[in-house]
Structure formats: structure tokens, C-alpha cells
Design a protein around this ligand. Sequence first.
Ligand code: NI
Length: 170
Amino acid sequence: MALRKIREMGDPILEKTCKEVKEMTPRTMDLIDDMFDTMYEACGVGLAAPQVGILKRIAVIDCGGEDGEGDPIVLINPVVLETSGEQRGQEGCLSVPGKCGIVTRPNYAKVKALNEEMEEIIVEGEELLARALLHEIEHLDGHLYVEKVEGPLLDVQPGEAEEIEDFDEE
Ligand code: NI
């Protein structure tokens, strides 16, 4: 297990557009493994490659299964195919530690991507998963959720989870 340093807001690498992944290499496999390790260690539900300083179109997500077992998803070169509905809720980001804010997003998202075998996959999600998919894909084009926050960025209250998992719309 290897943890990578999470870049924080203000780091110019978070504002860059990432490049498509053309082929899977041992180096890219290691990156994906490290991204999961880094995300789990930080108790996040998603992490994009630029957050660990790599400008590749790769994101990992795990919003957990219903039984709490985890549901790891690898997205390579993801493209949003469809969105619908609306959800309004608190959102956070591992690159903006200790903060959260209200963001309105579609309640449903359908995404096309490649998995770690470079096979095409379709990932569909509602609520937290839709939010995570859209949040992570925006990172690949240099965008942070803070651009969409309604009102001020808030401090995460002590005892509250630092990521978006506890914050779905009430
Ligand atoms: Ni983020």
C-alpha cells in the first residue's frame, strides 16, 4: 500500500485539464492502487488523479454498498452520457480539507468509461453516487466543487465525517 500526497486547493495542478489514458501500463495500475489506498486512508468516497498530482483522466470512487462492504469503481477517460433530476446537499473534497458547502447537482448520472482492463463500462448512479461521479469527472477538467457552492464554504463540524457521505439531502 502506498499513500500519495493529496494536493490542496491553490495548487495549480488542480486547475489543469487531464490527458486521456491510451493504454494500461504497470505504472498506471500502481497509480490506481495508490489512489484507492489514499482515498480510503483519507475516508473519502472519491479521488481523481490530479488530486495526487497526476494529469491523467482517471478517478476512483467507492460510495460503499448497502451492506457497507464497499463498491470500488475505476473510471478511465470517463464521459457523462446523461443526467436528470436534481439534488441539493452538502459536498466536500479531499483537496479542500475541513470544509463543505451546498451544491445542487443532478440526482442521476450515467457515465461511460474504461475500467482497469481498458474495457468499456457504463456506470449509473443516483444521489451520492451521481454526486461523486460528477464531482470526480469535473476534477479531470480542472474544476473544484467550490465553484458551484451556494453561499459560503462551511467548516466541517467536529465529529462529522469530512467527506460527502453523511451529507445527502435531508
Ligand atoms: Ni474532490
